[in-house]
Design a protein around this ligand. Structure first.
Ligand SMILES: [Zn+2]
Length: 293
């Protein structure tokens, strides 16, 4: 296949419509996985395709390091994307256009860009005969945009041996571009690195106020207090949502003195619904970062 420019490779991956429709339904993951596997094979690796059910494909490969005493590093990315309605886009979401110096399309940010970056690095290592110090386990997974039941979740349940000696993992969601300046005033871009896994925080919010009719002004409205508390909380904008380790939920930031935030304990948190119990019409899980994809 030969080495491709990273932006061309990213655009190529975008052209695989890998929409995750939720509730176990998806498109195109196998075609994308086979394409990634071909690039990995080209880079001298031996990729394995793993599927819990037909067409929900994951690709795993191992890059041998030069020091086998070091524990491997897991680098993982997902190949599925959230749905895109072409009528809401100024470019066809799966055309993979490169225009004005930018790659356009669903997945350009989340996260076929990283898939393309990884494949480009591997191609360059292969061409240069370079190897990393430690083994690197690569996982390109399905179903990240829903619940991972056909992807990462299933892989660690059923193919634990592929990852069990890995000491650390690198994935997505480190942070978004922060525009700053050097001491000399030159503009620079900073890319924060998140150092923990983002997760779900269940909160129980209690607000008190005075009951009343919607047609009458009520300055002691419990619902308003809850909305204000949520808008000062952890997940109301792409910026706030990025970098979970640096922007943790801060219940004390509530603007309402009569609203209390209570993180639910694991015991009291609602159980995570398996995809088998999801409603057929339930939309895929998405975090509020979707606004930036
Ligand atoms: Zn993602």
């Amino acid at each position: 296949m030969g080495e491709r420019a990273v932006e061309e490779l990213c655009a190529e991956l975008i052209r695989f419509d890998t929409t995750n429709l939720g509730a176990g339904e998806s498109r195109g993951e196998r075609e994308a996985a086979e394409h990634v596997a071909a690039h990995l094979t080209d880079a001298g690796l031996t990729p394995t395709l793993l599927e819990r059910s037909p067409r929900r494909s994951n690709v795993v490969a191992r890059v041998p390091g030069t020091d086998s005493s070091l524990p491997p590093l897991l680098v993982h990315a997902h190949l599925d994307v959230v749905p895109a309605d072409p009528t809401e886009w100024t470019v066809p979401p799966f055309a993979g256009e490169i225009r004005d110096g930018f790659v356009w399309g669903r997945g350009a940010v989340d996260m076929k860009d990283m898939c393309a970056t990884l494949l480009t690095v591997l191609a360059r290592w292969s061409a240069a005969g370079t190897a990393p110090r430690r083994d690197i386990v690569l996982a390109f997974v399905a179903d990240e945009e829903d619940q991972g039941a056909w992807g990462a979740h299933w892989l660690v349940d059923e193919h634990r041996e592929l990852f069990e000696d890995c000491a650390a993992a690198i994935g997505e969601s480190g942070g978004y571009t922060v525009r700053a300046s050097t001491a000399a005033g030159d503009p620079i871009r900073l890319y924060p690195v998140g150092t923990a896994e983002r997760g779900t925080s269940h909160l129980r919010l209690t607000a008190t106020g005075r009951a009343g009719h919607g047609s009458r002004r009520n300055d002691d409205n419990a619902v308003t207090k809850l909305v204000n508390a949520l808008s000062s909380g952890p997940c109301t904008s792409p910026r706030r949502c990025a970098g979970s380790s640096t922007r943790r939920a801060r219940p004390s930031a509530s603007r309402s003195t009569s609203t209390t935030w209570t993180p639910l304990s694991a015991a009291s948190a609602p159980p995570r619904r398996s995809s088998r119990t999801r409603s057929a019409t339930a939309p895929p899980r998405r975090c509020c970062r979707r606004a930036t994809r």
